[in-house]
Design a protein around this ligand. Structure first.
Ligand code: ZN
Length: 392
């Protein structure tokens, strides 16, 4: 193709992705997650410009023929804790030998993270983000929460911001040892100087609302303080037992509440009525040998469900969304289609993003080519590295 030199810069090249045995768009209309057979799509300026049957595809400047493979939207991992130092493999081994998981294990990572340099933390985040990308995650959220001082929380978020816009201030992860006798004083720190320092680097604010961490009144106070600084709220809740967190998230109209492992009937009703996304993190139950959330019950009740990794060094050190899909299908009775939707469009809903998690005209062209003829292989072949190519 030639361009008139007098017309300014040439248009960017368009890319036709074709040879797709099965394209999952997650758009409603073609099955529950919009599966198109023998499909193609066109990418222009990083966005999807056309989707349809390969036979009808328009001409483009470049062609990517995926050779009869399946293509799915890039995974949207809406929950991770990547800014940390240290290793807790010994704790994992002890837990597998029968010791229970408790929220206090977080303090081990806090000590290691405080002792690390900015450079060490940045290298660690980069390594984990690269690991996620290779496994098909194209949008990710990263939380602070292992610094728990004004300076350490602010630097964790500044580091995370180098890798994603979806950064979450989690100063209220656990009360640090130096405030063990004064948890109220710690809440004052979180809602005061710590929030002030963290807010410029964060989009979200989160609280671990659980016995042993923060109660509902503290969580509400912290979320309101964050809102005052322009941060949107999310919650860790109902992970270790029933509690007030899910109800609080729904009452406040939060976009998402994460874990939802132990829910009452009124919690499920509240999720359905509020539209708050229940983000399930089955890697946690797998890694802590706990009962899984009732995903089937949530879906049947009409609740919007997302899947995320919760990648962290304590309760779940996997960054694999494919594993989460396999666990959701095998252990939580989600269908393969529901699990893939929750790991893509569901994650996008949990982050309030309408530009990712779907392969439709106008959306970001974030996509994964699978070494498989069908997306079902993500659950059918657990543990197999099926991600052949990732574009974002
Ligand atoms: Zn978490």
């Amino acid at each position: 193709m030639t361009y008139d030199a007098g017309a300014g810069a040439p248009p960017p090249p368009s890319l036709l992705v074709t040879g797709i045995a099965e394209l999952v768009t997650t758009e409603p209309g073609a099955g529950s997650i919009g599966v198109l057979a023998d499909a193609a799509f066109v990418v222009e300026r990083g966005r999807v410009a056309w989707v349809g049957p390969a036979a009808d595809a328009p001409v483009a400047d470049q062609v990517q023929d995926v050779g009869g493979r399946a293509v799915v939207p890039g995974f949207v991992d809406s929950h991770s804790h990547l800014v940390f130092a240290g290793d807790r493999s010994a704790e994992f081994a002890a837990r597998m030998a029968g010791e229970p998981y408790a929220a206090g294990g977080i303090r081990t990572t806090v000590a290691a993270t405080r002792a690390a340099t900015d450079e060490q933390l940045t290298v660690n985040v980069a390594r984990h983000v690269s690991e996620m990308r290779r496994q098909g995650t194209t949008t990710l959220e990263v939380k602070s929460g292992y610094g728990l001082t004004v300076l350490d929380e602010a630097r964790a978020l500044a580091i995370a911001r180098q890798f994603t816009a979806e950064t979450t201030f989690l100063g209220a992860h656990v009360v640090p040892p130096e405030y063990a006798d004064d948890p109220g004083g710690y809440v004052d720190l979180v809602t005061g100087p710590m929030l002030e320092a963290a807010a410029p680097h964060a989009s979200w604010i989160d609280v671990f609302c659980e016995t042993g961490a923060f109660d509902a009144d503290q969580a509400r106070e912290i979320l309101f303080a964050g809102k005052g600084k322009g941060l949107r709220g999310r919650l860790h809740a109902n992970q270790l037992g029933e509690g007030p967190g899910v109800q609080l998230a729904c009452d406040l109209g939060l976009l998402a509440v994460d874990h939802c492992t132990y829910l009452s009937g009124s919690d499920v009703s509240a999720l359905r009525d509020s539209g708050t996304v229940a983000t399930l993190l089955p890697g946690v139950e797998f890694s802590t040998r706990q009962p899984y959330p009732d995903a089937r019950g949530l879906l049947d009740a009409g609740v919007t469900v997302a899947l995320a990794s919760d990648c962290n060094p304590g309760s779940c050190y996997t960054s694999s969304m494919s594993l989460c899909i396999a666990l959701a299908v095998r252990e939580m009775r989600m269908t393969p289609a529901e699990a893939l939707w929750s790991a893509t469009a569901g994650g996008a809903a949990a982050l309030g993003r309408d530009d990712v998690g779907r392969l439709a005209v106008g959306k970001r062209a974030d996509y994964v080519v699978l070494d498989a003829p069908s997306f079902v292989h993500l659950a059918y072949r657990p543990g197999v590295p099926l991600v052949a190519d990732v574009t974002y």
